[in-house]
Design a protein around this ligand. Structure first.
Ligand code: ADP
Ligand code: AMP
Length: 216
């Protein structure tokens, strides 16, 4: 399966992509995670991306497209993938179409998570992330068993600097301006499925399996 999870920051894409990719045995390709790794490693890419990320703005298309092109060329992506956080602009979506064509692959589904802004702000400002394995938690909605420790790998949890409320609002308006046009882009191609993002994690996962034709 080759699937894109589409939706605003905080919609639950990362939480669901992780489970879906594990179930299908395909890679989760999350551009935000890849960029944060580059920032932590202090690479040239990381230095270039950091200022945009801290401001809640998008990293330039050419940078992201290069990153994804390299990732999709890895052998594991031949089996399929769950794209999480990419594409985020029409230019990126067009580049993905060309990349997929070049590899003789086509997208199977684009799943849009629908959820209102109030819920997104609550989710993002309470999000905690494992520094070691990247798993997401929420201080109220899905707290870890032990404070600030990952249930899965015992890593330390931290709060992303762009999850502070002002930056969250900026990211939501960037989504509305740059990413929302992708809904129409994929609807016209007959690839779009929409699911409610506001229910419990298990409910969203059931909906996701249903619309990707791989029900429990
Ligand atoms: P995205 O990848 O779309 O930005 P995340 O998967 O990181 O979103 O989820 C954002 C926050 O909301 C995290 O703190 C996560 O634990 C929490 N969350 C995800 N899905 C749900 C859900 N269905 N109900 C409540 N909280 C959720
Ligand atoms: P995310 O982890 O998906 O919330 O992404 C965190 C930040 O990384 C975003 O606010 C952007 O600055 C940057 N980013 C991630 N993916 C992309 C993308 N596809 N295009 C541009 N910027 C991105």
């Amino acid at each position: 399966m080759r699937v894109i999870l589409l939706g605003p920051p905080g919609a639950g894409k990362g939480t669901q992509a992780r489970q879906l990719a594990a179930r299908w045995g395909v890679p989760q390709i999350a551009t935000g995670d890849m960029l944060r790794d580059a920032v932590a490693a202090g690479t040239a890419l990381g230095r270039q991306a950091k200022q945009h990320m801290d401001a809640g703005e998008l990293v330039p298309d050419a940078v992201i497209i290069g990153l994804v092109a390299e990732r999709l060329a890895q052998p594991d992506a031949r089996t399929g993938f769950v794209l999480d956080g990419f594409p985020r602009t029409v230019v990126q979506a067009e580049a993905l179409d060309r990349l997929a064509d070049g590899h003789g692959l086509s997208l199977d589904r684009v799943v849009l998570f629908e959820i209102d802004d109030g819920e997104l702000v609550r989710r993002l400002t309470g999000r905690r992330v494992c520094r070691a394995c990247g798993r997401n938690y929420h201080v109220v909605f899905s707290p870890p068993a032990r404070a600030d420790r990952c249930d899965a790998c015992d890593g330390t949890l931290y709060q992303r600097s762009d999850d502070e409320e002002d930056t969250v609002r900026r990211r939501l308006s960037v989504y509305a301006r740059d990413t929302r046009p992708l809904i129409e882009y994929y609807r016209r191609r007959g690839l779009l499925e929409t699911i409610p993002g506001a229910g419990p994690v298990e409910q969203v996962f059931d909906d996701l399996l249903r619309v990707t034709g791989s029900g429990r």
